[in-house]
Design a protein around this ligand. Structure first.
Ligand code: GAL
Length: 685
């Protein structure tokens, strides 16, 4: 395997074979040493059931190999061919509205359909047998962006329904238990046979926002669906491990995509990879305001957290994007900047999407490195230069990312909020993003984790809106804080048990001894002008080290009663005028900060600044808001990635002088980073 991996997604099947040598030559000249191939090429690889044709792919690979390029092969199961759908129409997924998908896009399959499993086995086994000894193939990407269906979010076909009923039977053992834990007595929903249990389709009102279904039932279906994707991936992993034990296995994930538990999905993979489109707000991320470099950074950190190590970017944006419409093009320098941001956060492989902009199909407007006419231009040149520069980083791309702070993002919470968004203004990822941004702005390294990995090694754990609290998580949190950890909790925490039932204790439920304060009343805050009495934002006074700050609060307010905690923030005005809003409790050797509302950026930064100080966490290098500084440590030496997202040059003061690796020049502590430029400085004592 050539390192660092620098590549592009390539679709030889989209153009005539005469073009292939030109492409390979241009790739080689751009420093591309890796391509991802075939992840949508099922109809060409198996034109008829059981009738395989690898000749064209062999020929394309041979040409690439002759130009020093190695191959990641995609299994093509994200695009089931027409002949398969004709023979097995039941493969087509059924969406929340009960509509079966038609043929004509991709991801038009249900992950639990036996006929699809059989077809998957056949094509994956055939590919694996054909390429198991091929010297150029070193890795597999399973499918493409697992987790949703072409016409909706989750599949509700009869196979999924039966599998869900079976899954519930395994989990609950008896219907009595299920009925009791789900509280199906509400509205006479008690089940007397497993076959009666439906899936949470949108055939009950209201469709939006959230769901009118029983929340316990809804959350279990979300868990079940996530597991069906994991099992479907496992089916392919097994075949590839058996037949190609020497190859790496990955899958291209989607950053903040919420519908599959990525920690569990990643367990079966050798390496995590993900698709990074900084100019494209992910449709599922409900951030307020614009998608910004801090959101991209957060997605990177989430991906690194899945296996706690470096990862690959399998699709890095290489041009304007869009299907029906064309988005603004990356400005000169931005593709390089996005690439270096990826590397800064832990990507040890960069594969651009895609090589040549397609002339045909849905993605004609999704621009690759080369435009439609195939001629190298500005973006090609920028990527070529970036590849050359990455060579100067060497082993740095695998260096440690020393984070002392972790933010907990829980899939249970994501799915429970999906059923009950709680207020129009509340988005779980937005809340996580607000805390993340406070650390990002002060260049403090953060890992994003779920409840499952251990958080014992972190000094500070921030768990905003920890809506669903499993008992064992509560126990671990108690033990960890008692032993010295610092925990930040916010409103809507400890509200639900693992069955998604509201607890019958004051909030934050099982965590209230940790907070030393509990919720006696609460209100949603709607934007001003919505005509309701609680029009926000409200304000509060935050008292930090004797200084009073006036801070804005929106989304939600908890009215707190304090039994045994210090009050850091107090509401001014609004229904809870004078009540505590932010508290701090020392618990064992640790401390717990409870934030009863959603603070504005200034408040968030002030409060997190205090928490960092108290926790003794090394503060990041100060920088203007548009400049991100990421510290990596390799063999005891500090490296600083300095990334400027603004068009204007900025001056930064680093903690040490050093060598700027991309240019090889010596730099003092004070460096200038030009607009849309990046520096990588190796510190020198
Ligand atoms: C990704 C996907 C690619 C391509 C790209 C542009 O999400 O994996 O196959 O479709 O988006 O739409």
């Amino acid at each position: 395997m050539t390192h660092p991996l620098f590549g592009a997604a390539y679709y030889p099947e989209h153009c005539s074979a005469e073009r292939w040598s030109t492409d390979a030559r241009l790739m080689q000249q751009a420093g591309i040493n890796t391509v991802r191939l075939a992840e949508f090429a099922w109809s060409r690889l198996e034109p008829k059931a059981g009738d395989f044709d690898f000749a064209w792919l062999d020929e394309a690979i041979q040409i690439l190999v002759a130009h020093g390029i190695q191959v990641i092969l995609g299994t093509p199961t994200a695009a089931p061919p027409a002949w398969l759908i004709q023979t097995h129409p039941e493969i087509l997924p059924v969406n929340e509205d009960g509509q079966r998908a038609g043929f004509g896009m991709r991801r038009h399959y249900c992950p639990t359909q036996p006929a699809f499993h059989a077809a998957t086995r056949r094509i994956v086994q055939a590919m694996a047998r054909h390429y198991q000894q091929h010297p150029a193939v070193f890795a597999w990407q399973i499918d493409n962006e697992l987790g949703n269906i072409t016409n909706g979010i989750r599949c509700h076909c009869s196979s999924c329904r039966t599998a869900f009923q079976y899954w519930l039977r395994q989990r609950y053992g008896s219907l009595e238990r299920l009925n009791s834990l789900w509280g199906t007595v509400f509205w006479s929903q008690e089940y007397s046979a497993w076959e009666q249990i439906p899936t949470p389709m949108r055939n009950v009102r209201p469709a939006s926002p959230g769901s009118a279904h029983n929340p316990s039932f809804y959350l279990d279906f979300a868990r079940f669906t996530s597991e069906s994707w994991i099992q479907y991936q496992q089916l392919q992993v097994q075949i590839l491990r058996d037949l190609c034990p020497q190859h790496l296995i990955t899958h291209n994930l989607m950053g903040l995509f919420p519908y599959v538990d990525y920690v569990k999905l990643a367990q079966d993979l050798d390496v995590v990879s993900w698709d990074n489109y900084p100019r494209l707000p992910a449709p599922w991320s409900a951030f307020k305001g614009n998608w910004s470099p801090s959101h991209v950074a957060m997605a990177h950190d989430l991906m690194r957290g899945l296996k706690g190590r470096t990862y690959w970017v399998m699709e890095q944006q290489a041009g304007p994007s869009g299907w029906g419409r064309i988005s603004p093009t990356p400005l000169p320098g931005e593709i390089r900047l996005w690439t270096l941001q990826s590397v800064a956060h832990g990507a040890e492989a960069i594969v651009y999407f895609s090589w040549l902009t397609s002339h045909v199909g849905t993605e004609q407007y999704w621009h690759g490195i080369l435009p439609h006419d195939g001629t190298p231009g500005r973006r090609y040149e920028e990527i070529r230069q970036t590849g050359e520069e990455l060579q100067h980083l060497g082993a740095l791309v695998t260096a440690d990312f020393p984070a002392e702070v972790a933010i907990l993002r829980s899939y249970d919470a994501l799915w429970a909020f999906e059923a009950q968004p709680t207020t129009e203004e509340l988005s779980y990822d937005d809340q996580i993003g607000r805390y993340y941004r406070a650390f990002w702005r002060s260049n403090v390294a953060v890992d994003l984790i779920t409840e499952d990995p251990s958080w014992e090694s972190y000094k500070l754990l921030v768990a905003p809106c920890l809506f669903v609290l499993r008992e064992e998580v509560s126990t671990r949190l108690h033990a960890w804080v008692e032993a010295g950890g610092t925990l930040v909790l916010s409103f809507r925490s400890g509200v639900k048990d693992k069955y998604n039932r509201v607890v019958d204790q004051p909030l934050p439920g099982a965590l209230r001894d940790l907070t030393g304060a509990h919720v006696i009343d609460y209100t949603a805050l709607l934007p001003t002008g919505t005509g309701v009495p609680c029009g926000g934002p409200e304000s509060l006074e935050l008292v930090l080290d004797g200084t009073i700050y006036h801070i804005g609060a929106d989304v939600w307010m908890d009215d707190l009663e304090v039994n045994d905690a210090e009050v850091l923030g107090t509401y001014r005005g609004g229904p809870f005028d004078g009540s505590p809003a932010v508290t701090l409790k020392r618990f064992g050797a640790g401390r717990v900060i409870y934030v009863g509302t959603s603070l504005d950026d200034v408040g968030q930064a002030l409060l997190m600044g205090k928490v960092l100080d108290e926790t003794g966490i090394t503060s990041g290098v100060p920088s203007p808001d548009s400049v991100e500084i990421v510290r990596r440590v390799h063999e005891g030496t500090d490296y600083w990635f300095v990334l400027n997202y603004s068009p204007v040059a900025q001056e930064i003061r680093l903690p040490a002088r050093g060598i700027e690796l991309l240019t090889g020049r010596a730099v003092t502590e004070t460096v200038i980073v030009n607009g849309f430029d990046a520096l990588v400085v190796r510190s020198q004592p």
